[in-house]
Ligand binder design. Structure first.
Ligand code: NAP
Length: 285
């Protein structure tokens, strides 16, 4: 079993530590971590039984695979700090948004892989977008994918697509929650106070969960029936067709979504893409 280290035990570093242990990819004795401030690290180490390291280089020295889970502005300094402990046998896996494979390689001198996790992996669902550098061996690719398949759906992508895929998979729990919350707010407002917002949010939350389960089942069924997802009807279309019957009331709502949503999502994606570019530019300045 390889040893694993995590630098940065914030939301994502803690999630990865917890899930890698829960899925028995690594034992607590083979996992160590470091964090800038000790409180989160010590709490996590107490919960999981992993080894807390006093500094980042201690993590790099002890680990075959080093997860770098800090914010973009901190990534370059963290890698410079651990560089003396890096050897070609080690692998860096970076969760850091908008820091390119070429920069990671230039800063570290060793092979690096980028991943985009999702908070939904807390409950073993959601996508792990993975981007490998050119020339990395198939055995390494397979071993990296195996790390995550117990708690997510690994999806290998070209790096040029990673920020768009990050918006679609990693940012989207927040976007979906915001959209659904607006739906609840509008319903509460239209009822002139007869439906409290808290009830509207709770009702739509439960419906969202049921909708996700339905889409999941429809997706599995269409894959099985066609044997080829490209030929299958989209589970979204099947579900919409089964609720929004032609000429009916729900169909009117779907028409409103079709008319207005493209503009909304164009703006959502443009805002996020502009922010990606801004973060990327900050490394060049
Ligand atoms: N959250 C998401 O859903 C998500 C999804 C995909 C990718 N990402 C990316 O993953 C990275 C981490 O995100 P996050 O949400 O986990 O952020 P976070 O909660 O802010 O965690 C970052 C952690 O890094 C620690 N840190 C900062 N500088 C450090 C240093 N020099 N040495 C060691 N530890 C250091 C911080 O310590 P302190 O306790 O001192 O602050 C903090 O615990 C980011 O680049 C983010 O863009 C996040």
């Amino acid at each position: 079993m390889k040893t694993v280290g995590i630098i940065g035990t914030g939301h994502i570093g803690s999630l990865l530590a917890k899930k890698l242990i829960e899925t028995a990819v690594v034992g607590p004795r083979e996992l160590c971590a470091a964090n800038r401030s000790p409180e989160k690290l010590n709490k996590l180490a107490g919960e999981l039984g992993i080894t807390p390291c006093k500094d980042n280089i201690g993590v790099a020295e002890a680990s075959d695979i080093i997860f770098v889970c800090v914010r973009p502005a901190e990534a370059k300094a963290v890698i410079a700090e651990i560089k003396p402990a890096l050897t070609p046998q080690k692998l860096i896996i970076s969760t850091v948004s908008d820091v390119k494979l070429a920069d990671l390689k230039a800063w570290s001198g060793i092979d690096c892989v980028r991943i985009i996790p999702s908070v939904t992996s807390e409950y073993d669902r959601g996508v792990m977008v993975i981007s490998f550098p050119d020339g990395i061996g198939d055995a390494v690719k397979e071993s990296v994918m195996r790390l995550f398949e117990g708690f997510s759906t690994p999806y290998v992508a070209a790096e040029e697509n990673i920020s768009a895929l990050s918006d679609l998979t990693s940012s989207s729990p927040a976007i979906i929650a915001a959209v659904i919350q607006e739906f609840a707010k509008a319903a509460a407002e239209k009822s002139n106070g007869r439906i409290p917002l808290s009830d509207a949010e709770e009702l739509i939350r439960e419906t969202l969960f049921g909708t996700a389960v339905l889409l999941d089942k429809l997706s599995q069924r269409s894959t099985l029936q066609s044997g080829n997802t490209a030929d299958a009807r989209s589970p979204f279309d099947v579900l919409i067709g089964s609720v929004a019957t032609k000429g009916g009331i729900t169909a009117e709502g779907v028409i409103a979504v079709r008319e207005t949503a493209p503009e909304l999502y164009e703006k959502v994606l443009t805002n996020m893409q502009n922010k990606h570019k801004k973060v990327e530019r900050s490394f060049k300045e």
